[in-house]
Design a protein around this ligand. Sequence first.
Ligand code: C6P
Length: 421
Amino acid sequence: MSSLLKTHDPSEMNGLDFDVEKIRQDFPILHQKVGSKPLIYLDNAATSQKPQCVIDAVEKYYREDNANIHRGVHMLSERATDYYEGARKKIQAFLHAKHAHEILFVRGTTEAINLVAQSFGRTNLKAGDEILITHMEHHSNIVPWQLVCEQTGAVLKVAPINDRGELILEEFRKLLSEKTRLVSVVHISNSLGTINPVKEIIAMAHNQNIPVMLDGAQATPHVPIDVLELDCDFYAFSGHKLFGPTGIGVLYGKEKFLDAMPPYQGGGDMIRTVTLEGSTYNQLPYKFEAGTPNISGAIGLGAAIDYLYQINFSLATRHEEELLHYAQDKLAAINGLRMIGEAANKISVCSFVIEGIHPHDLGTILDQEGVAIRTGHHCTMPLMKRFGVPATARASMAFYNTLQEIDSLAAALRKAQEVFA
Ligand code: C6P
């Protein structure tokens, strides 16, 4: 069987020992300079870099296998279809989903949430019904719900967070009511790094028969995901944050919900029959995959998942924990630096502001030192307001980052302070 078609038992997630210098060799983009300084890439929450095997899988597809899928009887079309459907099975195993047809390919987390908002939301919501989110959501998990609220008269409720950037579970519980039709919560916050207690959230909601959607954009690159164990009803993530290509993402949905939901978009491949009077729809997952999908993107994402099995994900996440603690210590030692997001349970994301320096200026000076971070509101404007800041500087680490790179970040921040002194 071709390696592109290989599926995995997730218990196989233990390969070689974790060696960060060796791992870095897999990522060609990391070995370049910004002016005279080595590139230090600390913007992984925005998008992560791609290992050579992902680049190779996409390139091989276009060189050897390119054809449209599900349509042709010729060799290339059958092969492309096999690879595309093989990628779906890899993602099924990665998420521990029960069925491959519960895995829908979409453009990314944003499209996945819009799909649920429009298909599930418009069918199940009426005036006065409620959708519950939290105060730490990305705009992608706010605006789609605002749109469906405008369309249906439903109301968006927001669970508060504390000053450390943690969800206040008791308040969340109080907001669940007989009016709540869906809970949609970020698994891990992109701006704060907070890991939400999603098992408790799901248990509380299910106790009242309320389905739960999780925004897993920041979780999939950092923690193992088991949708069956979590018992979530929908789970969304983006390929480009998981070391895969841009323009591909996944919506997992329980069969019982996806079956009952109407199509999100109409077009080729999602139909069974079409007459000029009306159409009938295809079975899952094709009902939700109208038009020619991102075939190379799905194959590249499958290759990224293969890679994660190879490197030993649990050792990689342990390395990220070390990076986080090291970075927290180094940043705490900088005068005038205020951390935004100090949850007890968090991933390797450090958002901060420094007295007297606008985050954008910090970002520009750091870039001159070769250090790439993100500055701005990170598509979480309500969260910025909650903390009373217009923007933050955010360093987000992946398993290929090193302790020396954190030293360079701290040195570059001190340099910025000297410039603005
Ligand atoms: N966050 C960041 O720099 P898309 O753009 O669809 O791949 O992902 C949207 C999205 C949804 N939820 C969360 C928690 C996210 O972090 C993101 C993307 C990037 O933080 C770009 S704003």
